[in-house]
Design a protein around this ligand. Sequence first.
Ligand code: GUN
Ligand code: ZN
Length: 438
Amino acid sequence: MANAFRGNLLFFTADPKDAGEQAWQYIEDGLLVVDDSGLIRQVGSYASLVDQLDSSTVITDHRGKLLMPGFVDCHIHYPQTEMIAAYGTQLLDWLQTHTFPVESQFSDYDYGVKIAERFCTELLRNGTTTALVFGTVHPESVDAFFTVAQQRQLRMIAGKVMMDRNAPDSVLDSAASSYSESKALIEKWHGVDRLSYAVTPRFAPTSTPEQLAQAGRLLEEYPDVYLHTHLSENRDELAWVQSLFPESSHYLDVYDQAGLLGPRSVFAHGIHLCDDECQRMARTDSVIAHCPSSNLFLGSGLFNLSKMDDYGIRVGIGSDVGGGSSFSAFDSLADAYKIQQLQNVNLDPFRALYLATLGGAKALSLDHQIGSFQAGMEADFIVLDPQATDFLAFRTEHCRNLKELLFVLNTLGDDRVIAATYILGQLAHSTATVEGDN
Ligand code: GUN
Ligand code: ZN
């Protein structure tokens, strides 16, 4: 048996910055055929595939809607779900005033499960099917998150925060305990079902050099886990890092000295990087998670995407909830566009959607499994409704081509546009009360 989904298919096979119009495929009235194990079996036009389907195949009709791979969020904090949109401060104050008190509750496993449920529901409502996720310092927070993600069969990467200074005791560990607790979580969760582990020192100011060295030790012992942290987000943060690590030539050097750079290392923000930092990022094939919504909300600065492109640094998009003020990839892309506008650069809607799908998958080294529609890949996909509201129907009726339509969706779209989200070919969210079946 198989399931097939009919609609307009859009997916990327390369970066539009390199491959131009060859970077994507748009199949009007296409068919996505998914086998029983949730893997993509065939992709093509409805007309070319319909006669080859075996008789038991169930076709779900999404004609008039756009089917795309699910969005990939390359940087987000699940414990901050309840404090999204906290008023009044920039990064360092915001952490002390809003973030650390909220995160201190996550020593309670049940509380973590409750918030993780809400978080995963919100991701799926917004069409995000994979994310790289911060827990809190408490190992219980990661057990809770992975338990919920596993139940929902989600492809997720997460880790316990390592932080051993410059915060309240309720959110601190030690260099030794952060090593042993992270190690136990790696052994328990990494590679289980669709879950992977990320070693997660919060950022340089809340870790001693000893703790960063322990993070490096974990990466040496487990070469296929990820490294996930923050880098060069806010000017006051940069000055603080300089004063805490006077021996380091710049922010990235702090992480480099601890052995934290590499192709599975994802650094959130990277707004104020110098040339040497960019060179080291490129040389080590490290990744930046650009978080447009957060950068505007926390007043952090304007990310230089062109410079990253010039250096050949992989970039993904992160919502950075709760520093970011929306779960929606559309909001992130709309903000990304405006951030580039302020630097006289146009962010093309194809490039933007690439970054939110296959680009994100590449940033997380998951592009063999997710992020595109190729036979053998996992069928995590979304159904976009360009007529989700009366006004969107009116506006999109005036779009003359696909590029205009995508730009309007990027700019005006929100959770209402996500008509459905599928995980491994199974419906995981729908705006419809009754799902059509033929
Ligand atoms: N830097 C250190 N911790 C955080 C956090 O929780 N959010 C953001 N945006 N930046 C950080
Ligand atoms: Zn963050």
